[in-house]
Design a protein around this ligand. Structure first.
Ligand code: GLA
Length: 410
């Protein structure tokens, strides 16, 4: 009898607390299916760092539409570090900088949405962001509600000032907070690969950075003392072996692009090609207001974008390297393949590639390209024309740092 009484008391207590308003259901797990192909867009950091404002965002959104970038798939406008004031308000809420955004963040987001684009913001798992603005640590659920109320679509979540905390736990907490807030938001982990997010990020986020920051150079390392930033080929080389962890809705993120940020046009073309071959998110980082025709042409090459956005979502791999002439291969849907010849050396090279003598195996995904068994049509994705079949060897010159990308179709 005594036992029953205790049970009844506990039961009625829990009903009472439920009725008193403790009705918030804690959700967990990321929003699924928000990034079935690699996200495409623009981020403010590479060119502007914290020098951002509403005029820049509006002009960038206008150009994204007017230039045809939106039509080929660019969607997200992401404000990186520097959009807030240095302190939270009296309620502990983040405060968009009223000097940089005099019309208010909500009105800016509505403006971007009205253009048919999506909008993203940045914060950090630590106590402060990398540039010293308020971080989210301890405010995860409050900040997630703030983003949901603003109606953002994308959150980049960085890793500065996180001493002593566990990366998987910190990103899980924010992922759950976003889910609980109830607005589907692409969750972009930016933890630089320090804690191998490819091993644990899939249920938590839609994409994850795999390296430190990019630098606008082909193959350099920019040493800043305690950290380095990296030329695009350094990032590719560093993370070419984690390809089996990337795929639809859980992408290895090779960082925002540096196309149009000071490299030669040939290098920009190679950079864009390799980001496409690696199925990396395609987030431009240049100043659209000063974009040359050549830069726009690189960023809007539809045939390369189709390689990047292929629904199989497989990251490419390095098949061969001879004296700096590399061959990179990406399996595509419908049994098709993309093959990129990349001249990583400082002198021009000759390509003489006999397809029928090369059986190309993708051991990670158990696929095989065997031109000795089936003939493939060849299309040059930069010249945008058919160039023959795999029956004949492919012979061409290739300039230093240049690429030739061919699509093989059955
Ligand atoms: C880190 C990130 C960058 C950028 C800056 C902002 O370095 O890796 O992409 O977000 O912080 O401070």
């Amino acid at each position: 009898m005594k036992k029953i009484t205790i049970t009844l008391i506990v039961f009625s207590f829990s009903i009472a607390s439920f009725c008193q308003g403790n009705t918030h259901k804690q959700e967990s797990g990321k929003y699924e299916g928000l990034a079935n192909t690699p996200p495409m867009g623009w981020n403010s950091w590479n060119t502007f760092e914290t020098n951002i404002d509403e005029k820049l965002v509006k002009e960038t959104a206008n150009i994204m539409v007017a230039s045809g970038m939106k039509d080929v798939g660019y969607t997200y406008i992401v404000l990186d570090d520097g959009w807030m004031t240095k302190e939270r308000d009296a309620n502990g809420d983040l405060v968009p900088d009223p000097v940089k955004f005099p019309s208010g963040m909500k009105s800016l987001i509505d403006y971007v949405h009205a253009k048919g684009l999506k909008f993203g913001l940045y914060n950090c798992a630590g106590t402060k962001t990398c540039a010293g603005y308020p971080g989210t640590r301890g405010y995860e659920y409050q900040d997630a509600r703030f983003y949901a109320n603003l109606n953002i679509d994308f959150l980049k979540y960085d890793w500065c000032n996180t001493e002593g905390i566990n990366a998987k736990e910190a990103y899980t907490t924010m992922s759950n907070a976003l889910k609980t807030a109830g607005k589907p938001i692409v969750f972009s982990l930016c933890e630089w690969g320090d804690n191998q997010p490819w091993n644990w990020g899939k249920p938590i986020g839609n994409l994850w950075r795999i390296s430190g920051d990019i630098s606008p150079c082909f193959d350099c390392e920019d040493n800043h003392g305690s950290w380095s930033s990296w030329g695009f080929m350094k990032i590719i080389e560093m993370r070419k072996d984690i390809r089996k962890f990337s795929g639809p809705d859980h992408w290895n993120d090779f960082d925002m692009m540096e196309v149009g940020d000071g490299m030669t046009n040939v290098e920009d073309k190679s950079h864009f090609t390799m980001w496409s071959m690696m199925a990396s998110p395609l987030i431009a980082g240049n100043d659209f207001r000063k974009m040359s025709k050549e830069t726009l042409a690189v960023l809007t090459n539809k045939e390369l974008i189709a390689v990047n956005q292929d629904k199989l979502g497989i990251q490419g791999f390095k098949y061969a390297n001879q004296d700096g002439l590399e061959i990179w291969v990406k399996p595509l849907s419908d049994g098709n393949w993309a093959v990129t010849f990349l001249n990583r050396s400082t002198t021009s090279k000759k390509i003489n590639f006999d397809w029928t003598k090369n059986l190309i195996k993708d051991a990670d995904f158990n696929l095989e390209l065997d031109p000795s068994k089936a003939v493939f049509k060849l299309r040059d994705l930069w010249l945008n024309k058919e160039i023959g079949t795999t029956k004949k060897a492919f012979i061409s010159d290739i300039a230093s740092h240049d690429v030739i990308t061919l699509k093989l179709t059955k």
